[in-house]
Write a protein that binds this ligand. Structure first.
Ligand code: DQA
Length: 148
């Protein structure tokens, strides 16, 4: 199918490369490849391309957000543990002024106290937590809804 509406950046942060083997009781057994396939499929169904990237490095994630300005229509981000620590990632998201959706596979609010606070939530359009990897699909659908 022709992708005519543009590209969505799907950005995964630290340790999400370990999906499938990492604490499967919390994160499930799907791999990052499965997540990327799901995102590519969901985006393509809605006429978009998905640019799926993952890094364990805060600066690389920030560079990817900066690069999205001018090349991508919106961002879906699961920043992993940087969600709870990174003012720099928050500033990057705020700085590029692209529509953005924050995703967490697990329900962070039923987990440790330190996971209850997100530096990113105040600067994104929506937050999806606890829906498993289906959260990425929901995020893409909502992002496209915002872009319509
Ligand atoms: C996570 C939740 C974070 O607290 C954690 O550090 C992760 C994954 C999630 O998808 O549920 O790495 O973002």
């Amino acid at each position: 199918m022709t992708t005519s509406h543009g590209t969505l950046l799907i950005l995964n942060g630290p340790n999400l490369n370990l999906l499938g083997t990492r604490e499967p009781q919390i994160y499930g057994t799907a791999t990052l490849e499965d997540v990327n396939a799901l995102c590519t499929e969901a985006a393509s169904r809605l006429g978009f391309s998905a640019d799926c990237q993952q890094s364990n490095h805060e600066g690389v994630l920030i560079d990817a957000i900066h690069a999205a300005r001018g090349t991508c229509s919106g961002i879906v981000i699961n920043a992993g543990a940087f969600t709870h620590t990174s003012v720099a990632l928050r500033d990057a998201l705020a700085g590029v002024e692209l529509p953005a959706i924050e995703v967490h596979i697990s329900n962070v609010h039923t987990r440790e106290e330190f996971r209850h606070h997100s530096y990113l939530s105040p600067v994104v359009d929506a937050v999806i937590v606890g829906a498993g990897i289906n959260g990425y699909k929901l995020a893409i659908e909502h992002l496209v809804h915002l872009l319509a």
